[in-house]
Design a protein around this ligand. Structure first.
Ligand code: PRP
Ligand code: URA
Length: 214
């Protein structure tokens, strides 16, 4: 399936991201290194995903003069990791946006049908007024991200971005069709899904590799 770029899909085109992803794809990469790389790439994608944050100005006294300089307007943001693997990205996002709140969404997939089920969702009380960044290393069929986005919309959220490390064209297509308002940021778009719903070439089961559960 050919991947079609559009103005709601941003694929990182950066040597550092490409290099770090290649190390993550290697099945011999240690849990420690894998986890650190998830966090680092998370930070790099956050840099792009926050390009549209509004700025205002503030007065600063430099050692030389008084000047009007840019400062963040202070948009309220909530990072929403899809449990479990999404947790690996939270630290990288918070290092760049330390004031963001964190909302957790628990999701498991039926191993046979691959259908996602939400079993937990805890959000800040003012989540509807926040910009939402849903984070998960993998966008495969798109079922988990679709369910997470729908859950946040049910809670009144209007401005939603989805950040993933590796996406399958099938997953991007699913989110574009189901949620045309959502912006998707990916580290890479891979070739296809296999018959088990795994991204190929991909990097395997991201949750198992982050938490060392295999
Ligand atoms: C993985 C991944 C996504 C989902 C993507 O989680 O972290 O949440 O699969 O697949 P989809 O696009 O087809 O829904 P998984 O269900 O393996 O759970 P885990 O995070 O506990 O490992
Ligand atoms: N979930 C993963 O962790 N990896 C895949 O390739 C697909 C879904």
């Amino acid at each position: 399936m050919l991947y079609q770029n559009d103005d709601h899909v941003y694929v990182m085109d950066h040597p550092l991201v490409a290099h770090k992803l290649t190390i993550m794809r290697d099945k011999n990469t240690s849990v420690k290194d894998f986890r650190e790389l998830v966090s680092e790439i998370g930070m790099l994608i956050t840099y792009e995903a926050t390009r549209d944050l509004p700025l205002t100005t503030t007065t600063v006294e430099t050692p030389l003069c008084t000047a009007e300089m840019p400062t963040l307007e202070g948009k309220k943001i909530a990072v929403v990791p899809i449990l479990r693997a999404g947790l690996g990205l939270v630290d990288g996002v918070l290092r760049l946006i330390p004031s963001a709140r964190v909302a957790h969404i628990g999701m498991y997939r039926d191993e046979e049908t691959l259908e996602p089920h939400v079993y937990f969702c805890k959000t800040p009380h003012d989540v509807a007024s926040r910009d939402i960044m849903i984070v998960d290393p993998m966008l495969a069929t798109g079922g988990s991200a679709d369910a997470a986005i729908s859950e946040m919309k049910k809670r009144g959220c209007k401005h939603i971005k989805l950040m993933v490390l590796v996406a399958a064209p099938e997953g991007i297509k699913c989110i574009r069709e189901r949620h045309p308002d959502v912006f998707i940021y990916c580290g890479a778009v891979d070739d296809h899904l296999n018959e088990h719903g795994y991204i190929v070439p991909g990097l395997g089961d991201a949750g198992d590799r982050i938490f060392g559960t295999k």
